[in-house]
Design a protein around this ligand. Structure first.
Ligand code: ADP
Length: 400
């Protein structure tokens, strides 16, 4: 019975999110529409004049189209408007990006740690000084409310700041030897070219979290951002060039994800794959990396229950559950996918949580007061609709 009520509550919450994505789903069904609102046009013009609306890939320091000229559209999920066209790249462009990263590896890894640290610190400063524009780009292509998007810029930039400092602290070890005539030293060295594949839910932070440590220790990188949110990645790459990070150290390709992934996996010059995304793709990458024995770091999906015990502070529990469930409109890998509430606090919690959910303001992330942006695209809408139907079924009297 109680489980059924919580299911109803969660269903209600999801229903609210569905409403937020309603607009996007209607527009996304006609994505070829080139009608663009004055607001979006003004925004893209401003980003363009700031040099931050990059719409080509970056290979060896050169802004590059797909070799066959193909493009893909980047949509604003709140309105369905086409924000930009970016190249639909594949294996050939990726191989060139890998070669550029490989060529740049020798000189980048031979810089002193202080020199690499300075480059990263300059990049961090530029990310922070452009936080408004980067936040706008994130809201434009990913949908999260502007305040949250600017929060992501601070969070994303903090990885570059942290690793600018850590660049100087890549210590080794001295291990006591078991033989008197030996000395055992551990030296930490960069592995080489890194392939970084990132998702759309944090278009900046997922990149900086991977690229920061790689560059700090002397690796060079080929980034493949999500095709849904490539513009933030490209703007960050532009700022990396402005920061003096040499051409080829950081490359960006996007387009046909399996082709790009396969090229990264097949190359013996790529020595590490770092990935955040679905478990299914993570498994493919892990399997594909075995052929050339690459190192692999995977951050995949999970199960995240949020548990509230009888002795919880109700306000803290409601605030925490709300953040856990609704941050980024529920599109975060650590978002709670079930709430488990102990019997003694259940009724009070259910009432307070329902009220808090009702008060969430849903809409375009650029609108004042909005705390819930749209879901990323039509298939996300379908997925949540399916979950909503399932919850209604769970709530059916026969299942109580
Ligand atoms: P989600 O379901 O959250 O979108 P995905 O795992 O599908 O997660 O996507 C995360 C990243 O992985 C995106 O950049 C996507 O383009 C990329 N990707 C998807 N399929 C492949 C693949 N076969 N090889 C390499 N990258 C892929």
């Amino acid at each position: 019975m109680k489980v059924a009520r919580l299911a109803r509550m969660a269903a209600m919450a999801r229903n609210k999110l569905l409403c937020s994505s309603h607009l996007a789903s209607m527009h996304i069904s006609t994505p070829t529409s080139r009608q663009i609102s004055m607001k979006t046009e003004g925004l893209t013009a401003r980003l363009n004049s700031a040099g931050l609306l990059r719409t080509q890939g970056l290979i060896g320091g050169k802004w590059t189209d797909a070799y066959d000229g193909k493009t893909i559209q980047v949509l604003n999920p709140a309105t369905g408007e086409v924000v930009a066209d970016v190249p639909c790249m594949g294996g050939k462009e990726t191989n060139d990006a890998i070669s550029s990263a490989h060529d740049a590896f020798y000189s980048w890894s031979n810089l002193t740690c202080t020199e690499r640290s300075k480059h990263l610190r300059t990049w961090y400063n530029l990310l922070i000084s452009h936080k408004e524009e980067l936040g706008q780009l994130i809201t434009l292509e990913q949908g999260k409310p502007l305040k949250e998007a600017i929060g992501e810029v601070n969070y994303g930039a903090s990885f570059i700041e942290f690793f600018a400092e850590e660049a100087k602290r890549v210590y080794g070890d001295i291990i006591p030897a078991t033989l008197g005539d030996r000395r055992l030293l551990v030296l930490k060295q960069p592995v080489g070219v890194v392939g970084a594949i990132t998702p759309w839910n944090f278009p900046l932070a997922m990149i900086t979290r991977k690229v920061g440590p790689a560059l700090a220790c002397g690796c060079t990188v080929v980034i493949k951002p999500s095709e849904l949110t490539p513009l933030t990645a490209l703007a960050a790459a532009e700022l990396a060039l402005q920061a003096g990070i040499p051409p080829g150290v950081l490359n960006v390709v996007m387009g046909n994800a399996p082709d790009i992934g396969n090229a990264l996996l097949a190359s013996s010059q790529v020595r590490k794959i770092t990935f955040t995304g679905s478990t299914a793709v993570g498994k493919k990458l892990m399997e594909g990396a075995a052929g050339t024995v690459k190192r692999v770091s995977l951050e995949l999906g999970g199960n995240a229950p949020c548990i509230i015990f009888d002795d919880a502070d109700l306000d803290v529990a409601v605030k925490g559950s709300l953040a856990a469930k609704f941050r980024n409109s529920g599109q975060t890998c650590v978002c709670a996918n079930r709430l488990i509430v102990q019997e003694g606090i259940y009724d009070k919690f259910a009432e307070a949580f329902s009220k808090a959910v009702q008060n969430l303001q849903v809409g375009d992330g650029f609108s004042e007061g909005v705390v819930q942006g749209p879901l990323i695209n039509e298939s996300a809408v379908q997925k949540v609709s399916f979950a909503f139907v399932n919850l209604c079924i769970c709530d059916h009297p026969t299942l109580k």
